[in-house]
Design a protein around this ligand. Structure first.
Ligand code: ZN
Length: 389
């Protein structure tokens, strides 16, 4: 059906809320003030006794990176039971825009266990055994920091003890994706996180990653993905269909994952923002959630040339990376208007725009409910972008 028959285009849209790679100036100010308040309550404890570190965490980290990092990690060890997310972020944030910090001393969560496992594998390859024995670490302490430095030294990387994206990618080779269904991780509650590959990913020039329901209560774009998954891609095109990156949220019907983390605020480039309980709660640090680790892995494995993520219900097309060129095409075919919203730190779209500027990245905000004709028009729009970009 043609967009001209779309009755929703003329309909008034609600004021955009920060969904997809978007934020407003007032939100930026609000978040900055929250970050400052959090920084002032950052309490660090040394083994010699209690030492209260106040003031901006970022400035303090610049002045005395080792001391603050170690103190913060000691504080985290003292105050955080294993695997229990704190109510407010405690990991020192990488405050640079588009920062590539993945984990550092003080980090907790899924990313830390993932790094620990990768360090073990690397140490076994190099020394025949891991340098640390016992349970998999869930807390990035001084010992992990030393092992990271040793890895960086072995691989001729800057020896910082901070796992940046470059270190992480070298430490943890990307998952292999094969044709058909692939399990790429487990959710907080243990559900399989799966992606389907349609076509030949190894030879396709155009690799298109479609994400259906990263917010568990915004799943009405899924029929678009189902249709694409059942189609035969044109020559040179492969689809990676990531329908449910947040299976716990989907089951519970919640935006966030089982820990209440908004996975679209938990990507690399993360910043501390709202507290747990807020729908936009970003978690304790970048990739702190197992679902986010899996999403990051899928990007590395698929090396998409185009990425389209389906949300609700702002009725627009937003873009990042090289998506600007294609947002208009998608809009014309789908019947949804282009709406440029500024980047939101920690969102997948913002990370993609910084990390892969040549990728066509579109955020599709469907209405709620989605009329049947719009499922068809979005299938057509996906196919057009997939074959031409
Ligand atoms: Zn959403």
């Amino acid at each position: 059906m043609t967009p001209a028959r779309n009755p929703l285009i003329a309909a008034p849209t609600r004021r955009p809320t920060p969904d997809g790679p978007s934020r407003t100036r007032s939100q930026t100010r609000r978040d900055a003030s929250v970050a400052r308040r959090l920084a002032t309550v950052l309490t660090a404890v040394t083994s010699a006794g209690a030492l209260l570190v106040t003031g901006g965490a970022a400035q303090a980290a610049q002045a005395q990176p080792a001391q603050v990092a170690q103190s913060a990690s000691a504080a985290a060890a003292a105050t955080q039971p294993a695997q229990q997310a704190p109510s407010a972020p405690t990991a020192p944030a990488d405050t640079r825009v588009g920062g590539t910090t993945v984990a550092r001393a003080g980090s907790v969560g899924a990313i830390v266990s993932s790094i620990d496992r990768a360090l073990r594998a690397s140490e076994i390859r190099n020394f025949g055994k891991p340098t640390r024995t016992g349970a998999v670490a869930v807390h990035f302490g001084p010992q992990t920091q030393d092992r990271v430095k040793s890895f960086q030294r072995r691989n001729k990387l800057p020896v910082t003890g901070v796992v940046d994206e470059r270190t992480y990618n070298l430490l943890r080779p990307a998952t292999k994706l094969t044709r058909g269904l692939n399990t790429v991780g487990r959710s907080v509650q243990g559900r399989a996180i799966q992606v389907r590959v349609v076509g030949n990913l190894a030879t396709a020039k155009r690799r298109v990653l479609l994400m259906g329901c990263v917010h568990g209560n915004e799943c009405e774009g899924v029929p678009v993905l189902r249709s694409i998954a059942n189609s035969t891609p044109p020559a040179g095109v492969a689809y990676v269909i990531f329908t449910y990156p947040n299976p716990d949220g989907r089951t519970a019907g919640t935006r966030g994952n089982a820990r209440g983390v908004d996975l679209n605020r938990n990507a690399i480039g993360w910043q501390p923002a709202s507290a747990r309980g807020n729908p936009y709660y970003p978690g304790t640090g970048p990739l702190s959630e197992p679902e986010s680790v899996a999403i990051h892995d899928v990007f590395r494995a698929a090396r998409p040339t185009a990425f389209m993520s389906f949300h609700q219900a702002l009725r627009c097309i937003d873009f990042s990376g090289r998506g600007k060129q294609w947002a208009g095409t998608y809009a014309r075919i789908s019947g949804l208007p282009v709406k440029e919203l500024s980047a939101y730190r920690g969102s997948i779209g913002t990370w993609v725009g910084n990390r892969y500027p040549s990728m066509v990245s579109l955020t599709v905000e469907l209405p709620r409910p989605v009329p049947a004709w719009m499922i068809d028009s979005n299938i057509a729009a996906v196919k057009r972008v997939a074959t031409r970009h």
